[in-house]
Design a protein around this ligand. Structure first.
Ligand code: PEP
Ligand code: MN
Length: 339
């Protein structure tokens, strides 16, 4: 970290600040300039907040040299992390993983039926929400525990691992017992108590990006999970909120190479919640694979106009199947396979 001090800072104030940094275990290297004095702080600066240092009236500027995340940082962990989801490996040079299924579990028959279609189309992991974060309190809120048990039944019938969203830490045992991949939704990306709670389990976590979160905010949320003891984190980009209204959210696919450059964790793309329209899901999926993502999570429904949530962005099984066929060819063009 580089701290620039005003030239007219009183010696007594300089000594105080110098001592404060040393007390935190940092080495302070000083360069005396004509207009400013510059300090290079060497050591573990992760717990320092630039704004706190700037609060000192004799400090002119503070600049971070290294990222504030350590465990997620590729610099300290150069090899790719590969996350095992119920026997399916995600990340590194592993084949790309396709997850599919309904937005909401609507009952055992529905989810088992769609699960079979997802599997026949070439999907490997079944998605399905049982606890639903809905904008309106009057919208369908999910089947809750019953929905989780329906998902578990679909796993039994198809052999596919299951992913579902955990909204509250008090349901964590239910998820540890029944779910293979625990989804933290966009709205909970900065629910720090929930992040700490899933840091204490060993199940893989699918961490969605908050709709107004910067990439650094998102990586810091992954850092919370890692720092609490769970190394099995997969990023999921689902688009952010911008001024654009022709799509539900805006997908910036540059996140794929950025996440891969900055961190060692896998990243999957959700083209359903980003586009909000089934017509654009295929194009975005193919582009995401070309960009180097490790997987896709796509909403699939056999009767989208009857779906209890997100029907407009759900693919019919036959469209999902043809998307996977095309995706396989794009994957080969970028030297990847699809499971
Ligand atoms: C979902 O996956 O059903 C969902 C609610 O996604 P997000 O948290 O990305 O909005
Ligand atoms: Mn949805």
């Amino acid at each position: 970290m580089i701290v620039t001090l005003k030239k007219n800072a009183p010696q007594e104030e300089i000594d105080k600040l110098h001592h404060a940094f040393e007390k935190r275990g940092l080495e302070v290297h000083e360069i005396e300039g004509d207009d400013f004095n510059v300090w290079g702080l060497v050591g573990d600066t992760a717990s320092l907040d630039e704004r706190d240092i700037l609060a000192n009236e004799w400090v002119a500027n503070v600049q971070r040299v290294s990222a504030p995340y350590k465990l997620a940082n590729r610099m300290f962990h150069p090899e790719d992390t590969i996350v095992d989801v119920g026997g399916i490996k995600i990340g590194g040079h592993e084949p790309i993983v396709i997850m599919g299924g309904p937005c909401s579990v609507e009952g055992k028959d529905q989810v088992v039926r769609i699960a079979k279609e997802v599997k026949a189309a070439g999907g490997q992991i079944l998605r399905g929400g049982a606890y639903k974060p809905r904008t309106s309190p009057y919208s369908f809120q999910g089947l809750g525990y019953e929905g989780i048990l329906d998902m578990a039944e679909a796993r039994k019938e198809t052999g596919m691992p299951i992913v579902s969203e955990l909204m509250s830490a008090d349901k964590i045992d239910e998820f540890v017992e029944n779910v293979d991949l625990v989804q933290i939704g966009a709205r909970n990306m900065q629910n720090f108590d929930l992040l700490k709670a899933v840091g204490h389990i060993q199940k893989p976590i699918l961490l969605k990006r908050g709709m107004s979160a910067s990439i650094e905010d998102w990586i810091m949320s992954a850092e919370y999970i890692l720092a609490n003891g769970n190394p099995n984190v997969i990023f999921c980009e689902r688009g952010i909120r911008t001024f654009e209204r022709y799509t539900r959210n805006t997908m910036d696919l540059a996140v794929v190479p950025i996440i891969k450059e900055r961190t060692h964790l896998p990243i999957v793309i959700d083209p359903s919640h980003s586009t909000g329209d089934w017509k654009y899901v295929e194009a975005e999926s193919l582009a995401a694979i070309a960009a180097g993502c490790d997987g896709l999570i796509i909403e699939v429904h056999d009767c989208p106009d009857q779906a209890w949530s997100d029907g407009a962005q759900s693919l019919k099984p036959e469209r999902f199947a043809s998307l996977i066929k095309k995706a396989r060819r794009v994957a080969q063009a970028v030297d990847r396979d699809i499971q």
